[in-house]
Ligand binder design. Structure first.
Ligand SMILES: *[C@@H]1O[C@H](CO)[C@@H](O)[C@H](O)[C@H]1NC(C)=O
Length: 333
């Protein structure tokens, strides 16, 4: 019992700290210091050997029905804590964001650390009977993923055993063309429902988003030149509908195809700041090569490791947060 209380207090303190950190870094649209680099979702990437905290959730969403997003996958720690979304592109491969599968220094996670969950609306421990769980055998982060700019923020996780296709679990086709401006797309996710909420939502939510013109999104009223090539923007300009923490890696569905991967944003659901997605159509060559890759995990080309600038004490603190969050998630199921 004492142990439990200790863990709960650590969790409280750390969750509180995460919120604080978020608020401290918060700046209003006018006051943002653009010299300091592009604004984006805060991702709490305090993992070392594959243990992960959860990153950025649907704003303005509504509960989805079972089978509405048959390709929707939850990326989880081996212990079952949701941290990112993904989309099934064939029965063995899950498309996600590179930032979901690398540590804060850019090292690719150990496949043993990741579990994939499909065919369920709930990420709670006891899900529906249809739930399918798989471990990962290979993790592919785009070798040119740039942690500073979030360019090429795309990755694939290969399941050790293929998923079984059902009426509610199916791979979806990738888009081979960039969706046109103003087109309606859909996103589903288990992420948080407001910027200051740090717990993922237990039931899959859906939100309808529009493709936002790059001229606007990369312009002075919005991201001001910090949208990396290979991305697209989607959301609602009034900020009523958006992705948020925990939705990262999820597939943006346009015309029944996977057209985008949730990459980053500036806060969540803010006016004039839509979400930024990897434009899947620009990565079909790389994805195709991953699908037929036959070597071991060590043979996979990987992004460069970023030299650590954080202090060791911060790193240890970060690990405590991760462990506490994972235990908290398990307890709260
Ligand atoms: C956004 O603007 C920057 C600076 O002008 C440019 O380098 C970049 O290519 C633009 N991004 C896109 C996706 O067009």
């Amino acid at each position: 019992m004492k142990f439990l209380i200790l863990i709960l207090s650590i969790t409280y303190v750390t969750c509180h700290n995460i919120e604080r950190r978020y608020v401290d870094n918060d700046v209003d649209e006018e006051g943002y210091d653009w010299e300091a680099g592009p604004p984006r979702y805060e991702h709490f990437h305090y993992a070392e050997n594959g243990e992960i905290d959860f990153a950025p959730r649907i704003i303005g969403g509504t509960p989805s029905w079972h089978g509405e997003f048959p390709a929707k996958i939850s990326l989880q720690t081996r212990a079952g804590a949701h941290f990112c979304g993904g989309a099934l592109i064939d029965l063995r491969h899950v498309l996600t964001a590179a930032h979901c599968i690398v540590t804060e220094f850019g090292a690719v996670f150990d496949p043993n650390a990741i579990r994939l969950m499909g065919d369920d609306l709930s990420i709670q421990r006891w899900g529906s009977g249809s739930r399918q769980l798989r471990f990962a055998s290979h993790i592919f982060a785009h070798p040119s993923f740039d942690m500073r700019t979030y360019q090429n923020d795309i990755g694939v996780v290969r399941a050790s055993v293929i998923f079984i296709q059902t009426t509610t679990l199916q791979a979806m086709p990738r888009s081979f063309t960039t969706p046109v401006d103003n087109v309606n797309c859909n996103l589903a996710g288990w992420g948080v429902t407001s910027e200051t909420n740090t717990r993922p939502h237990p039931i899959l939510l859906r939100v309808e988003l529009q493709i936002i013109a790059m001229n606007f999104c990369n312009g002075t009223q919005s991201f001001h030149g910090s949208i990396p090539d290979g991305s697209l923007c989607a959301g609602s300009l009034d900020g009523s509908r958006d992705a948020c923490f925990g939705d990262s890696g999820g597939g943006l569905m346009c015309n029944g195809q996977i057209a985008g991967v949730v990459s980053f944003g500036f806060g969540c659901g803010r006016r004039n700041f839509p979400g930024v997605y990897v434009d899947v159509s620009q990565y079909n060559g790389w994805i195709g090569s991953v699908l037929i890759f036959q070597g071991t995990q060590d043979d996979i080309p990987r992004p460069p490791i970023v030299p650590s600038s954080s202090s060791p004490s911060m790193f240890i603190f970060a690990k405590v947060i991760t462990i506490a969050l994972i235990i908290f998630t398990s307890l709260s199921h």
